[in-house]
Design a protein around this ligand. Structure first.
Ligand code: DGP
Length: 114
């Protein structure tokens, strides 16, 4: 995959509001928030998107969701709930080609999305 802005954030070459980090994942606030709380969880290994995740990535995908839950709890989202979204490809609205999990909360979110 080609280099993306998220790779630069992971390597701390450009700034981001980092909320959580472990050996496999990083969480940072979205630069274009769509809710009072909106952060992204990314794998440190640069998978392009969910389609790029194979059987060897099963554990990693679970680790990403554990990072989602941990960070959401830390930010106080557990009581009222939140939404988890993974955009995949053009029709999915993916604009950055590094797998990322959106986490949105802090307001009531409507359904369906646009
Ligand atoms: P998506 O459309 O699913 O690919 O979402 C990409 C998100 O990434 C979008 O909500 C805005 C966010 N984003 C893009 N560039 C940057 C950046 O440089 N820093 C941060 N923190 N977020 C970014």
């Amino acid at each position: 995959m080609s280099e993306t802005i998220f790779g630069k954030i992971i390597r701390r070459e450009i700034p981001a509001d980092i909320l959580y980090e472990d050996d496999h994942a990083m969480a940072f606030r979205d630069a274009s928030p769509q809710a009072p709380t909106h952060f992204l969880v990314v794998p440190k290994r640069p998978l392009t998107n969910l389609l790029d995740a194979g059987p060897d990535d099963t554990l990693l995908l679970g680790q990403l969701l554990q990072a989602v839950v941990h960070t959401a709890r830390t930010l106080g989202l557990a009581e009222d709930g939140f939404r988890v979204v993974i955009n995949v490809g053009a029709d999915g609205g993916q604009t950055v080609d590094h797998l990322h999990v959106h986490v949105l909360g802090g307001r009531h979110l409507t359904w369906p999305p646009g």
